[in-house]
Design a protein around this ligand. Sequence first.
Ligand SMILES: NC(=O)C1=CN([C@@H]2O[C@H](COP(=O)(O)OP(=O)(O)OC[C@H]3O[C@@H](n4cnc5c(N)ncnc54)[C@H](OP(=O)(O)O)[C@@H]3O)[C@@H](O)[C@H]2O)C=CC1
Ligand SMILES: O=C(O)[C@@H]1CCC=N1
Length: 275
Amino acid sequence: MTRIAFIGGGNMARSLIGGLLKTGVAAADIRIAEPQAEAREALARDFGVTTFADNALAINDADVVLLAVKPQVMPAIREGLRDTLQRQRPLLISIAAGVRLDQLERWFGNLPIVRCMPNTPALIGAGATGLCANARVSAPQRAQAQHILDAAGLTRWIDDEALMDTVTGLSGSGPAYFFALVEALEDAATAQGLPRDTARALAVQTCLGAGRMLAESGEAPGELRRRVTSPNGTTQAALESFAGDGLPRIAARAVAAATQRGGELAAALDASSPT
Ligand SMILES: NC(=O)C1=CN([C@@H]2O[C@H](COP(=O)(O)OP(=O)(O)OC[C@H]3O[C@@H](n4cnc5c(N)ncnc54)[C@H](OP(=O)(O)O)[C@@H]3O)[C@@H](O)[C@H]2O)C=CC1
Ligand SMILES: O=C(O)[C@@H]1CCC=N1
């Protein structure tokens, strides 16, 4: 039995808790600190977990403390948590974009810490998470962190922490890229006269079908793409249009922008909370 305390009960905490409960973790072993009374009531109602307005109370006796607040909020929560964390020495897990292990050690002390980057499909157990541990994390704690994130979907350990911002730019922010593409395809078909509800249903199902083929067929994306593309057919016309508009460059620039923003978020925290 692992007692897990979440600091912050927003979108990602809800996604991860949903996954944990589905894999059989008892609601009694999950505690959440969340400042908003309304949000606390909703968390207790939806998941049957215990909620707290006070961060330090929530982590009392926890084996794992999972920080699920915005990066900018991190320095503000350290005062309330640091003493209890130092006394109990739980495994600390952070899901904050950009925030580095050395920053977490500076704010919360020399604890075993896992920095990870999940994504919102965790809510339905279809998440993708990159994890990176500091040297204090023991093998059982590594397994503990992986077990928690496995409940949200696929996990991959990242040895080089510098690549965690790339993971954020790929899979952390990634669901939004596919949502944006579906929105754009829906708009394009609607502009040609297809009723919007039909355009949406067809675009969504196409995204689902393509995603499932990617995940389940064992084939490379390029091979699956080739099988759709008849010589001189409709797909070739569309893909040539994508290529002409520089799709690989568009994707590379988007991933680079998100990766860079991760670094900027951390740098801003270094500037505002240097100690
Ligand atoms: N959304 C996503 O797709 C992903 C997000 N992340 C990371 O997850 C983290 C959380 O993001 P997300 O869930 O989207 O954000 P949310 O804003 O939905 O959740 C953050 C929660 O923290 C609460 N909070 C604010 N201040 C405090 C405090 N002092 N003590 C305790 N709780 C506090 C907020 O309450 P209130 O609303 O009252 O301010 C809110 O409920 C971020 O660091 C983000 O980088 C990682 C992967 C994917
Ligand atoms: O947009 C963000 O900053 C967060 C991190 C990854 C997904 N959402």
